[in-house]
Ligand binder design. Structure first.
Ligand code: TEU
Length: 526
């Protein structure tokens, strides 16, 4: 029997920016609930909600103080229960975002851990004495800039944090940590959630000796966080030998509820990612991070797709955009052209086995919005004053209606709308059969209805770039022109057009000409 997530379309909801139900300018679960019908209409199978836990919000809620609660600002647990009930009623599943690598420094465990070296919670986190010169215990750096260690004067030791100092890393070598998370999984599954997106899934296990990472590049001392991070080979802080094994226990818990575990394995080497999903003993699926980082370049796209598929087959989640990376139309050059390219790229992803993950606004062809530094919320910007590096431009509120507050809020939005236009809104696009929203919906429908695309049929590559990328799955063919000029594809026979990103008549072949950034889904004629 095929798993329910095989071939499913998942939709990432960045809850603070999706829909505001109470006019405080912040998206919440009441707002999300009211917009669930339109997600069902779009053809979404799985709604992934970013963290909604109680949090001081220093990292958009990825700094959790209680893993088994919903913050009041989002409506609390009753609002989540209502989302679950309605989503299920509409035939959709709900995946929640679990953050096991770290907690907030305001979490009761860390407050206790910090209170004294002898506190029983101390070893739930990673503490070390200073180096002989008084500095940090090793050379690890934080994703968000600066050292991965902060000194606690009161107890005379450093604590480890791969992200903000206010996001101390948990010590997964301490048996209580896996026990607590196993119980947390069960707690949410009992409540009715259908699975988990596992944050920083490759990061939980650290080198027991905490050895220095090899330096691979010399960078300026004032380099931005991403550059400073890239100066090291992350041999000892991430993706350790035992990292995938953490999820074997989770798998048995999830399988008992027929629930999904999809990991944010933020690694660019497909072979490393494959370790987490290949044997299907741990995570069911891993987000394919290279798919959200690839440029508009036929060779790069083809190689990325081929290598990812070759190592992890149907166990990847193909991602178009996310709350961490530039939106597809912006990545691909922006404007009308960027939007066309994003739709062609989505078509290529939509025919592949595995999960397909889009981010709120992808269905509208939204681009990144410049966010002035005085409105910045991303700690990468707030703490460095460098807007270029930040993630706020992909986190601005959804434009629902062409009205004051864009139907997102009746209050003051927590991030600005920037230059969003009436044409960007769901209301406008839904009423226009040729809009990005409707073309996306048509694509999702084809993915659902064409059995060869939804099932386990293997991918056979027909063309790997130069500039057409094309593959066959069973009787279906998916092709996109990822170049700047018109290009032809020899199909060897006539095909029916099931889906086209631009206007097309019903049949093509044996040779089909594809305009730049045009993509097709075809089926062989009997
Ligand atoms: O991201 C983990 C991660 O490694 C990157 O996305 C990183 O945040 C980014 O490259 C910085 O430029 C996850 C979440 O998706 C992200 O939003 C959180 O900030 C992070 O974990 C910490 O919980």
């Amino acid at each position: 029997m095929t798993a329910w997530w095989s071939g499913a379309v998942a939709y990432e909801v960045y809850v603070r920016s999706f829909a505001d139900g109470d006019g405080d300018g912040i998206g919440d679960l009441v707002g999300l609930r009211s917009r669930l019908p339109v997600l069902a209409e779009l053809g979404v199978d799985v709604v992934w909600i970013t963290p909604f836990y109680p949090s001081p919000l220093l990292d958009g809620g990825y700094d959790v103080t209680d893993h088994r609660d919903v913050d009041r600002v989002y409506g609390g647990l009753p609002a989540l229960d209502a989302v679950l009930a309605d989503a299920h009623e509409l035939g959709m599943r709900v995946v929640v975002d679990l953050v096991p690598n770290h907690t907030s420094s305001e979490h009761p465990w860390f407050r206790a851990a910090r209170s004294s070296r002898d506190d029983p919670h101390r070893d739930l986190y990673v503490w070390r004495d200073p180096a002989p010169d008084g500095g940090p215990p090793n050379n690890w750096v934080s994703h968000f800039g600066g050292p991965a260690w902060t000194y606690d004067g009161a107890t005379g030791q450093y604590w480890l944090h791969l992200f903000l100092p206010e996001q101390p890393d948990l010590n997964w070598a301490h048996p209580r940590v896996p026990d607590e998370f196993a119980a947390t999984l069960t707690w949410w599954l009992e409540r009715g959630v259908d699975g988990f997106r596992v944050d920083v899934a490759h990061g939980l296990v650290k080198d027991p000796q905490l050895r220095d990472n090899p330096r691979v590049l010399e960078v300026d001392t004032d380099a931005d966080a991403r550059t400073a991070w890239g100066a090291f080979e992350h041999r000892y802080d991430l993706d350790q030998e035992g990292a995938p094994g953490v999820y074997e226990r989770w798998r048995s818990i999830a399988d008992a509820y027929d629930a999904l575990l999809v990991g944010e394995v933020y690694l660019l080497d497909p072979a490393r990612v494959a370790r987490y999903v290949r044997e299907q003993r741990g995570l069911h699926s891993a987000l394919c991070i290279p798919s959200v980082r690839t440029r508009w370049d036929a060779r790069a796209i083809a190689t990325m797709l081929r290598d990812s598929l070759a190592t992890a087959a149907g166990n990847l989640a193909w991602v178009l955009s996310s709350h961490d990376d530039s939106r597809a139309p912006s990545r691909f050059g922006g404007g009308e052209e960027g939007r066309r390219r994003a739709l062609a790229y989505l078509t290529l992803l939509a025919g592949l086995p595995g999960l397909l993950v889009v981010y709120q606004g992808d269905e509208l062809g939204l681009e990144d919005v410049p966010v002035p530094v005085e409105h910045a919320r991303d700690p990468i910007v707030v703490r460095s004053g460098r807007p270029a590096a930040g993630r706020d431009p992909v986190r601005t509120p959804m434009p629902w209606e062409p009205a004051e507050g864009f139907g997102f809020t009746t209050g003051e939005p927590w991030l600005p709308f920037g230059d969003r236009r009436a044409e960007d809104t769901v209301a406008r696009q839904r009423g226009d059969p040729r809009s990005h929203w409707n073309r996306t919906r048509d694509l999702f429908r084809v993915r659902r209805e064409v059995r060869d695309l939804r099932g386990p049929a293997p991918v056979t590559w027909l063309r790997l770039g130069d500039p057409v990328v094309a593959y066959r799955r069973g009787g279906a063919v998916v092709a996109a022109n990822c170049g700047a000029d018109p290009a032809t594809l020899d199909l060897g026979a006539g095909f029916d057009v099931l889906y086209a990103t631009a206007e097309r008549c019903g049949t093509v072949g044996p040779v089909v000409e594809l305009a730049p950034a045009e993509a097709l889904v075809l089926r062989g004629r009997p």
